[in-house]
Ligand binder design. Structure first.
Ligand code: AMP
Ligand code: ZN
Ligand code: FE
Ligand code: FE
Length: 287
């Protein structure tokens, strides 16, 4: 069984629509795919409606958090999307992305880049707006050759010249909110040091004590030694370990299913969840 527990669609900063994403997941030979857009569940309905036979959808989101002055991402799976407290927090973070994108555009204008809100809004469509949309605008304007090249100190990387922060939730609050909504929490790419500072191990230990379920280990932003260190940490603390592509369509080079999660771990995640159930594709069986 091939299981990919972290992907993005046009509901945030991926380039596949939710319908295209589930079709591409089936074509890539996946049995299970999780849709985890940044701070939103907006893509779920379209993904469910388009779900091919034999593919199971895990509903989720990747929630923007901050702790110890470090930005981090929490994957939340199978929570009740209507639960009011978590819903309110998602909306708060998602809505704050708009003035924040406008702030980054103002910084870029000061730096002589003629990017406009209209351009970024067109690229983002109805997706939750983020730096990859601004980065795509920079590619369109010929400022950088690729989206990745915009994530440097010169432009949009954390602390970069045109970087503006957004509202980010304390992960200890997120763990509580997701649990209260019946969901399961996995710390996304905790060792992605290329993106900036990472959360100290001691804080991950405290998160584990506070109910964190797992950490993402097999991810393109983790090198071999980082994966080994994270696997050892998980063993020590009883955290689950996942693997996933963090697919963003054409905004990243990684393919669907390039990294996957062990079926036993997936089974444990679904066993713990009470807020929602995995959705089997029409005619398929629940796995
Ligand atoms: P935001 O949530 O708006 O701060 O944007 C963060 C997102 O930018 C991450 O979730 C990634 O999808 C993307 N990102 C971060 N670093 C890079 C990079 N080096 N290349 C491409 N995308 C990146
Ligand atoms: Zn993203
Ligand atoms: Fe992430
Ligand atoms: Fe992601």
């Amino acid at each position: 069984m091939r299981i990919d527990l972290h992907t993005h669609s046009t509901a945030s900063d991926g380039t596949d629509t939710p319908a295209e994403l589930v079709r591409n997941a089936a074509a890539a030979g996946l049995d299970v795919v999780a849709l985890t857009d940044h701070d939103t569940t907006r893509g779920h309905a379209e993904a469910v409606a388009a779900l091919p036979e034999g593919l199971t959808l895990v509903t989720g989101a990747e929630l923007s958090c901050r702790v110890d002055a470090v930005s981090m991402h929490m994957l939340a799976y199978l929570f009740d999307p209507e639960e009011p407290a978590l819903l309110a927090e998602r909306e708060l973070v998602r809505d704050d992305r708009v003035p924040r994108a406008r702030g980054m555009i103002a910084r870029l204008n000061e730096l002589g880049v003629p990017v406009t809100w209209e351009q970024v809004a067109r690229i983002a469509g109805d997706g939750s707006v983020g730096r990859p949309h601004v980065a795509t605008a920079l590619v369109e304007l010929g400022v950088v050759p690729t989206v990745s090249d915009a994530f440097t100190g010169q432009w949009l990387a954390d602390g970069g010249r045109a970087y503006v922060g957004k509202h980010e939730t304390d992960p200890f609050d997120v763990i509580r909110l997701v649990k209260d909504a019946g969901g399961v929490c996995v710390f996304a790419h905790p060792g992605a040091s290329k993106r900036g500072s990472t959360v100290p191990e001691e804080t991950i230990l405290r998160m584990a004590a506070a109910g964190l379920d797992g950490i993402e280990v097999d991810h393109m932003d983790h090198d071999g030694p980082t994966r080994e260190r994270l696997r050892a940490l998980a063993k020590e603390t009883g955290l689950l370990t996942t693997g996933s592509s963090d697919y963003h369509g054409s905004r990243k080079t990684v393919a669907l299913g390039e990294y996957t999660t062990d079926p036993d771990i997936y089974a444990e995640i679904t066993r713990r969840a009470t807020g929602a159930f995995p959705v089997p594709g029409a005619g398929g069986t629940r796995v």
